[in-house]
Design a protein around this ligand. Structure first.
Ligand code: ZN
Length: 233
């Protein structure tokens, strides 16, 4: 199996592990990549208090407000934002508001709606969930058909009557099986969840089959062409 990785992760592919921000290119690779694509590589730096968290946000992500109460939540959010910024070469959009809440219900690790991402800080998959919700935010922003790609219950609640995209997705059994095998069962519940789960897996350093990229592109996943090298040939 031939694997085509982005130049910036090529030399450290042996160190690929699951978990956000494990892929760190070296300085020369960053310079080459930034020159080629004209973006500012953001280096995450751990903050020691909330004031530092907010000043990092104001400087690097001025359109986003963090509504958080702990420095460790702030650091996890900032590490994820820097990682996603670099992964998409500065193209990713962040919502106007990201907030944390504490809930004992481990079933809900976070959600997104009306430009606000809410993360359950009691949940230990925090960073992966944030990448997932940011994927929903960008998908909605960049894809005019986003509203027609939700789960049936969501579409009915929004009074959407055109289920053609959803039906096509749910009837493609071969693709659904691949999605369940390579991502998770939840990713097969709707095109929206498939797109978010794919983006989340890429953020976690996972290399996915090219067939998943074809589906990601088909359902207008954000930055599909840029992210293509993260998939196998
Ligand atoms: Zn989701």
């Amino acid at each position: 199996m031939k694997i085509n990785l982005l130049p910036q992760i090529k030399t450290i592919s042996s160190q690929l592990k699951t978990g956000i921000n494990r892929i760190m290119p070296n300085k020369k690779e960053i310079q080459q990549d930034c020159f080629k694509y004209s973006y500012n590589f953001l280096k995450y730096e751990k903050s020691s208090n909330l004031a530092e968290v907010h000043s990092f946000v104001n400087l690097n992500f001025p359109n986003t407000h963090l509504n958080i109460t702990s420095t460790s939540d702030g650091n996890r959010i900032l590490r994820t934002m820097c990682h996603l910024h670099n992964m998409t070469r500065g193209q990713i959009n962040f919502p106007p508001r990201i907030e944390t809440y504490k809930s004992k219900d481990k079933k809900f690790s976070g959600d997104y709606g009306d430009g606000i991402i809410r993360i359950n800080s009691s949940c230990n998959i925090h960073e992966s969930t944030l990448a997932h919700e940011i994927a929903h935010y960008n998908h909605e922003l960049l894809c005019p058909n986003y509203a027609k790609m939700g789960k049936l219950s969501e579409m009915k609640a929004e009074e959407i009557t055109d289920f053609s995209i959803y039906n096509k997705f749910r009837r493609d059994l071969a693709s659904l099986n691949l999605i369940k095998r390579t991502l998770c069962g939840y990713a097969a519940s709707s095109p929206c969840e498939f797109v978010a789960a794919t983006f989340e897996a890429l953020a976690n350093g996972k290399i996915l089959p090219i067939k998943i990229w074809e589906l990601y592109k088909k359902y207008e996943g954000p930055f599909a062409d840029m992210l293509k090298p993260f998939f196998t040939k």
